[in-house]
Write a protein that binds this ligand. Sequence first.
Ligand SMILES: Cc1cc2nc3c(=O)[nH]c(=O)nc-3n(C[C@H](O)[C@H](O)[C@H](O)COP(=O)(O)OP(=O)(O)OC[C@H]3O[C@@H](n4cnc5c(N)ncnc54)[C@H](O)[C@@H]3O)c2cc1C
Length: 483
Amino acid sequence: MDKQELVAELLKIFGPDGMLYAPEDVLVYEYDFSLDKNLPEAVVFPSTTDQIAALLKLAGDNDIPVTPRGAGTGLSGGAIAVRGGVVVAMARMKHLLKLDVPNRYAVVQPGHVNLELSTEISPSGYFFAPDPASQKASTIGGNLALNAGGPHCLAYGTTTNHILGLEMVLPGGEVVRTGGAAPDRPGYDLTGFIVGSEGTLGIVTEATVKIMKKPEAVSTFLALFEDVGAASDAVSAVIGAGIVPAALEMMDQLTIQMVEEALQAGYPPEAGAVLLIEVDGFQENMDELTGTIVGICRDNGSFDVKSATTEEARTKLWAGRKGAAGAFGRVAPNFYLHDGVVPRSKLPEVLRRIGDIAKEYDLVIANLFHAGDGNLHPNILFDARVPGVLPRVMEAGEKILHLCVEVGGTISGEHGIGTEKQEYMSWIFSEADMETMKKVKEVFNPEEIINPWKVFPTKKSCGEISLKMRLLKSLPNMDEAWI
Ligand SMILES: Cc1cc2nc3c(=O)[nH]c(=O)nc-3n(C[C@H](O)[C@H](O)[C@H](O)COP(=O)(O)OP(=O)(O)OC[C@H]3O[C@@H](n4cnc5c(N)ncnc54)[C@H](O)[C@@H]3O)c2cc1C
């Protein structure tokens, strides 16, 4: 089917107000927050599940690749239309369909923005717990596709722990339902399989999500350390003492300084590292719990602890943590944010070796991360317009992820594999492991109509160029000799 025919068919389903197809209009849908990009032929904005079913029938019959997209804040290339075709932007399917407080669940459309869900249900005294730092923009559909984490997922669990059921459209247009609000449902846990499958199995059109009661009391404080080594020891000691704070986030000195300069959030720039710690629960336990954690931090070298005594101070501290990406943007026009995981006890060694990698490749790397679960976010800051910088950035990033695996960790904590890390899958999975996953994928999406060429390695033989390299080749100032 050529583009003209495709547009004519899409217009029948979505109408002129429900799609874009001029090259200058679809341009803004060629990328997400990763480094990769590729132009789709058309972008559609469905309002109903029936429209998506009609699209996937058309796509299945004519081998048209279809890529679902939430807010495009993904960091691993998942929403990029790497084979062209149609991007399905979920922005109009953003409604709260049902709130059932006695049974503690809500039914939402996938385009609902994460933070807006909690804001909307807030008067009931409940909230949606997964809180990626992108929560002001990212959607429930994107969150569940990538099994998003967030600062408070240390205590509450990642998105998969909060999704009870799904409605999803398969290639060919069949609509299926998995799970649901009733507890202990029989049958295979397909909901658990779909969450985290990176939009490669079908397009989710509705989600039943768990809601949680807002805690009675919250205490937020900042522990200051000379360096990341001491702060890492404190993290291990807190968890080792059997305490799981609601959040336990770390920033290194470079990050603290950039955040403070941009946002004046209350992070002392002289600290070598800070831990942003939050505990929640019942009022009567709060002082004791906070006191125990502060004591552990001091025993591990914290030279000062600053408590957020007002709601305004607490909001400011979190605004600094969640707005760090914006602060990086003031220092360098590009950042490449990695997402490795390491055992907590390895944090000091890994952070020291990331410092060595920064020196080796002459790059600035700032670290902020979910320290409680060992989920690192080294940010490589650079200017892509500088000739020759991209190969250095890519090689340094690969070394960092390799280091995570070498010390017993893994290549992604929450951002997914997408196009970014698909060639590294063999570092952590055997051929048999990957074949098993592929077989399950084939049950849902056998012809790879939905979100093709993602997650699994694309390089079939020695000397062949991977999808990743093909995407990188199109970037300006990319050194082709390196590819
Ligand atoms: C500043 C910043 C901070 C971030 N902080 C965090 C963090 O703390 N924790 C974290 O986990 N991530 C974080 N991220 C990454 C990102 O925001 C999350 O992965 C988020 O879940 C992506 O949501 P989205 O709506 O933007 O999805 P998109 O980027 O649009 O899509 C992501 C994936 O979901 C698929 N998808 C989207 N909608 C559907 C659907 N309806 N059906 C099927 N598949 C679908 C897409 O195909 C794609 O594969 C951060 C990103 C930024 C830029």
